[in-house]
Write a protein that binds this ligand. Structure first.
Ligand code: GNR
Ligand code: NI
Length: 187
């Protein structure tokens, strides 16, 4: 099932997600929904808080942009080691239409449980390393704009609030709304 993606700013994207105690069928169903929602939105990663589920579960598939990688589902992922530094222009399905340079570790080693509850470790570079850090940030209530200047973040926040207001209006009216002017011209 494709689920609705929460748009930032939203308190559900600010929460610390809870660790999964047992990887059962409900967690596997969540993983299936994350993959389906991620692919439907053409994303390379998705974290459960982005579909309003406060659990430490993420999916990643950078294979469209990176060779030699496979789709990954990670439960309770933990970064155990990092190396180097790299800058990458990031986007986020919860912050549509925005992209900014973010500095992160160039290489990461991540431990997690797979969909059968078995522990595994992944060693990642390039986009996979970026995506792992970006998704694990979501589990800790962080988004990529928390890594950019307060000025840029403020501008992006205003654009997202406008986008959300417009979408609400579309829902209410059942049709696309015209851009609304801010403030009171002439007063
Ligand atoms: O689809 C996504 N692309 C992306 C590009 C650069 C850095 C990070 C990402 S993750 C993002 C999907 C998303 O929002 N995951 O939380
Ligand atoms: Ni994101």
């Amino acid at each position: 099932m494709v689920r609705e993606i929460v748009i930032w700013p939203d308190p559900r994207l600010r929460e610390e997600a809870r660790r999964v105690e047992v990887v059962d069928d409900s967690v596997r169903a969540l993983i299936a929904d994350l993959f389906e929602t991620m692919y439907a939105a053409n994303g390379v990663g998705l974290a459960a808080p982005q579909v309003a589920v406060a659990k430490r579960v993420i999916t990643i598939d950078t294979s469209p942009k990176q060779e030699g990688v496979k789709p990954l589902a990670l439960v309770n992922p933990v970064i155990v080691k990092t190396e180097g530094e790299t800058v990458y222009q990031e986007g986020c399905l919860s912050i549509p239409g925005e992209a900014e340079d973010v500095t992160r570790a160039a290489k990461v080693w991540v431990k997690a449980l797979d969909k059968d509850g078995k522990e595994f470790e992944v060693e990642a570079t390039d986009l996979l390393a970026i995506a792992l850090q970006h998704e694990i940030d979501h589990l800790d209530g962080k988004v990529f704009v928390d890594h950019v200047s307060a000025l840029k973040r403020g501008l992006i926040k205003r654009r997202m609030q406008r986008l959300k207001a417009d979408r609400e209006q579309e829902k209410a009216e059942g049709k696309p709304s015209q851009p609304q002017r801010q403030g009171t011209p002439g007063l």
